[in-house]
Structures are given as structure tokens and as C-alpha cells.
Design a protein around this ligand. Sequence first.
Ligand code: AMP
Length: 395
Amino acid sequence: MKKTLADINFKDKKVLVRADFNVPLVDDVISDDNRIISAIPTIQYLLDHDAKVILLSHLGRIKRSEDLKKYSLKPVAKRLAELLGTEVNFVDEISRVTLQTAINSLENKQVLLMENTRFADLENKRESNNDAILGKYWASLGDVFVNDAFGTAHREHASNVGIATNINESCIGLLVEKELAMLNKAIINPERPVVVILGGAKVSDKIGVIDHLLKVADKIIIGGAMSFTFLKAQEFNIGKSLIEEDKIELAKQYLQKAIGKIILPIDHLMSKEFVDQSGINSTDANIADDYIGMDIGAKTITLFNNYIKEAKTIIWNGPVGVFEMKNFNKGTLAICETIAHLNNVFSIVGGGDSAAAAIQSGFKDKFSYISTGGGASLELLEGKPLPAIEVIQDK
Ligand code: AMP
């Protein structure tokens, strides 16, 4: 068991908190502050326990110097201060004397947010490549490390693994603790039937999940572009739909290994172009040569919903159609609605697009848990250890 906040005395200590403030930003305006809201309980706990809180996070990808302005954490500091109801001292540095001086002058119950850790990526991707000197330097700025960034827990970066390996005391934060508890509840001794719904663009992203969850799940429902590789493996015509040719053989193997367990679409909403225009419902699982499968069809919605209604545990990752287009969001929204109206079911939504769809559907609060980490939740569901959690001290 990893150490949690309750295992450490934070009074008078400089506490480095790796949070996940990787929020969507356009012209300094945050369009979705869920990740900031999710970080509040840990920060508030530390303030209540007389710590000096030093926050670190990445934001976006930094490839060239023009990205620096676009991905500053300054707007996050402002929103954070509003949510916490306390001042947040933003330091536009990730090293140097200014940062050190600001940290050294922090008092108990004060919060400091330093600039985007990925600014270090401009120089040999030092943050993303877990540069040994950088991790050691950041670790030297504090007494204790709290990892509360679930979204990057599957990555070995200087700001998570680097700090954790170079500091005396470390633990996971409240968000990470909750993410691990919720995701593990769905896969370790879950209540049956377990229904997994997978969608999205690529089979290759989720192949590991299918492999691992075949052992846990009673049914694996596959929609979205992913389904076309499986349908092709069964020799259906898939027209111009998105497909991964090099995964057809693997799809065939899974279908043979799990006879009756993998449920595929039986009809589709199709379009001649990849644009937001009204679609045509196919008559069966085949798609005519010059059409693209854009969403699941009406019969498939009923089929999928019948399995979902029987479930006691639901794990959902990936939209079953091009849900960003209004004409092709029906399948995904129908699934949201069905799950939302179920009683006595434990429902987990993976991060990324399915989380966005759940929120967009207006039924956000009806799910048992919506993960803040797409990639990390997938890796956990694949049964892989998360490096930034593994490195945290045990109790
Ligand atoms: P992922 O990140 O793998 O969960 O993929 C999410 C993306 O899959 C979304 O942007 C969807 O638009 C896309 N997607 C879902 N269904 C389809 C489809 N039938 N054709 C093309 N893209 C799709």
C-alpha cells in the first residue's frame, strides 16, 4: 500500500505537489476547469495541516519557444485562487533564484504555483525525459512530495518520478487515491455482470485493455472506429471507414478466443464524407463501398443498451461514434443516458473523450466515477503498473 496524506505530518513543511492542471486553454481562457477542481481537496488538506504548498504541473506540449506564452500556467493560478478562496503566488519560473526565493519566503498555509514544468522540454525534453539533474533539483526545493497527478501517472517525468526518487518522504494525494480505488473496484472482484464499452478511433490504443479485460469482463461492447477492424476480421464490408489493417489478424484472434463475449455493431449511421451532415442508417453490419461508418445505428443502440441494462459494473472508454459532430453523437449520448438511468450499478468512465461525452450529456453526476486520466486509466485497466505511483513510498 502506498503512503497517503494521512501517513505524513505536514506541519511547517515545504510540500511539493505534482498536480494535473493540463486544462484546455484558448487565449488564456480555461474552457473546462474540472482538473483544477479535482486538485482542490489535496491542496485544501495540506493548507489545513499547516503546510507550505508548492504546486507543479505541465500544460500542453512545449516544442518551440512560441509555445511558452500559449501554455503559461498563469490563468490556472487565477482560477485556483478563486476556487481556494486564498491567494496563489504564481512564479513564472521553473528554476533560478526567483523561484527559490519565493519558496523560501512561503509561510504555513500559503500556496505557490510555479510555471509549466514542460518549459524544461525546450532543452532536450528534460521534463519529459526525466532528466536526472532536473528531478533532483526540483526535489531539493521541498521536504515532502505528494503525487496527485493521475493523468500523468503512466509517464516517467522529472516532475513525478524524478522528484519522488530524490526526496525523503512521498505519498499519493487524495485524487490519485480515489482514482486507484475506483478503477481497481471495477476490475478486482467486481460485481457481475461486468460490461466493458470500448470506442474511439484506434484499436492499437486499446488492444491491451481488450486483452486484459477479456479475463474480467462478461461482455466487451465495441463501437466507434475501433469496431471496423473487428467487423473486417469477420469479413463484413466496411466501405471507407477508418480501419487498422495491421490489427485485423489480432482482432480475429480475440474474436475466436472470446466467442460470444465481444459484441459488435449490427448497423451504422453512414456518410459519404467525413463531415457533419445527416447520416443514412445501414440495413445491417455492412457498409456500402463509398460510405464511412460515423456512428452506431438504431438497432445497435438497442442491442448495446440491452447488455448495458443487465450490468452491475460498467467500464466505458471511448465514444462509439464521431460524437464531436452533432449528426453523429446519438449513439454515444444514448449510452450515456442509459447508464445514467440505471440503479445499483457501478459505472466508471475513462478520461479523455468519453469523459467529455459524459459531461456533455448532462448526466455527469449519474456516473459512479469519471476518471481524470485517459491514458493512465487505460494502462491501469490493462493491468500495467503506473511508474509515477510505483515510485511512491509504501506505508
Ligand atoms: P480515442 O481518443 O481513441 O478515444 O478516440 C476518440 C475519437 O474517436 C473521437 O474524436 C471520435 O470522433 C473518434 N471516432 C469515434 N467513432 C469514429 C468513427 N466511426 N470514425 C472515425 N472516428 C471515430
